[in-house]
Design a protein around this ligand. Structure first.
Ligand SMILES: *Cc1c(COP(=O)(O)O)cnc(C)c1O
Length: 358
């Protein structure tokens, strides 16, 4: 069997070891005679999976005790609504830094829930860089500041997070677990799992407990974070198989040596591709400004649309998958999340060099 050279943006490559582990136990998990998918979500066997996933995440990201770890559904896109529904107060304002399409979508939903303001945006320059924030513009009325830590479509990433006195909310869907984090800088972090954490179907929320103390009984039960916090994310049936795979991915991160090792590897992986771009004498042109480059999504264009089309079709013939840029920006994008092996990236680099010389 030949595995694809998978550069998909999401759902994306999973560690092969994780897939093999899941396969091995697919029919009979922990001698239960059942698949994880067939277990009751109230059973002891499933409880170990659920608690294991939470404990692993706490361990890897060093999450302090005054933060909850929640498992939700509805993707990161539902968080665009849940964040303002839960955190935006009646007399408060949601501050947004716009760095790409996902932050625009987050803002769109927040506007339906209350008052918002755009603190900074790089839309005018087609989101080539991360906006510079003027922190003095954050007034006392701020309920939170929302950022998108990695812009999956444009290939830009915050290199350092702003130091703010209001709760910092981050959509980390496409770069959570790419490097160590200081969780205490954040009020709330959310991430759909299907890029760096596991399969689609589960969304991880890490939230400071003190942000969940408002009376939000008017909210639909399932849209209130308190429901998940009070019931250990088991108020209703959670996506058990997705959480199981999340646990296996987290086990894998630990077995690889932890997040520091993963972070070093990610820098090395990204450098391989950015070096090809930078040494191509303008043949490959990176979309992101150098100081905003993402080490998860590498975006680039070729001299003409014909060249891009030829590049993509030749790459496809050679077994590379998922290199088309997002439909809203065009060009090419290589998504190189934690699970994408260095050797696949080196193969892509070789291909880019040989395509250029031909
Ligand atoms: C993929 C992605 C989303 C959307 O995630 P869904 O789980 O499909 O809702 C949101 N934000 C970012 C940064 C993403 O990369």
């Amino acid at each position: 069997m030949k595995r694809a050279l998978n550069f998909n943006a999401g759902p994306a490559a999973l560690p092969e070891a994780v897939l093999q582990e899941a396969q091995k136990h697919l029919l009979n998990f922990n001698n239960s005679g059942m698949s994880v998918m067939e277990l009751s979500h109230r059973s002891k066997d499933y409880e170990a999976v659920h608690e294991g996933a939470k404990a692993n995440l706490r361990n890897i990201l060093n999450i302090p005790d005054d933060y909850e770890v929640l498992f939700l559904q509805g993707g990161a896109s539902l968080q665009f609504s849940m964040v303002p529904m839960n955190l935006l107060t009646e007399d408060g304002v949601g501050y947004y830094a716009l760095s790409g399409s996902w932050s625009e979508k987050a803002l769109k939903e927040a506007k339906k829930a209350g008052r918002t303001t755009v603190l900074a945006s790089t839309k005018e320059e087609n989101y080539k860089s991360i906006p510079t924030l003027n922190l003095d513009e954050i007034k006392d009325d701020a309920s939170y500041l929302h950022i998108t830590s990695n812009n999956t479509i444009y290939g830009t990433q915050w290199q350092e997070f702003p130091e703010v006195s209001v709760p910092l909310v981050a959509d980390m869907s496409s770069d959570i677990l790419c490097k160590p984090l200081n969780i205490e800088k954040f009020g709330l972090i959310y991430a759909g799992a299907q890029k760096n954490l596991g399969p689609s179907g589960v969304t991880v929320v890490i939230v400071k407990k003190s942000l969940l103390d408002r009376n939000l009984d008017h909210l639909p039960t399932m849209l209130n974070y308190q429901t998940y916090a009070k019931n250990n994310s088991l108020y209703n049936t959670p996506p058990t198989f997705a959480i199981y795979l999340l646990k296996l991915v987290l086990d894998w991160v630990q077995s690889e040596g932890g997040i520091e090792v993963i972070a070093n590897r990610n820098n090395q992986k990204a450098k391989v591709l950015y070096d090809v771009i930078d040494e191509s004498e303008g043949f490959y042109k990176g979309h992101a400004e150098k100081d905003s480059r993402s080490n998860m999504n590498v975006t680039f264009t070729l001299p003409s649309d014909e060249d891009t089309a030829k590049f993509l079709s030749t790459a496809k013939e050679q077994g590379f998958v998922g290199l088309n840029g997002h439909r809203s920006v065009g060009g090419c994008r290589a998504s190189i999340y934690n699970a994408v092996p260095l050797e696949n990236i080196e193969k892509l680099a070789e291909f880019m060099k040989s395509f250029k010389s031909k």
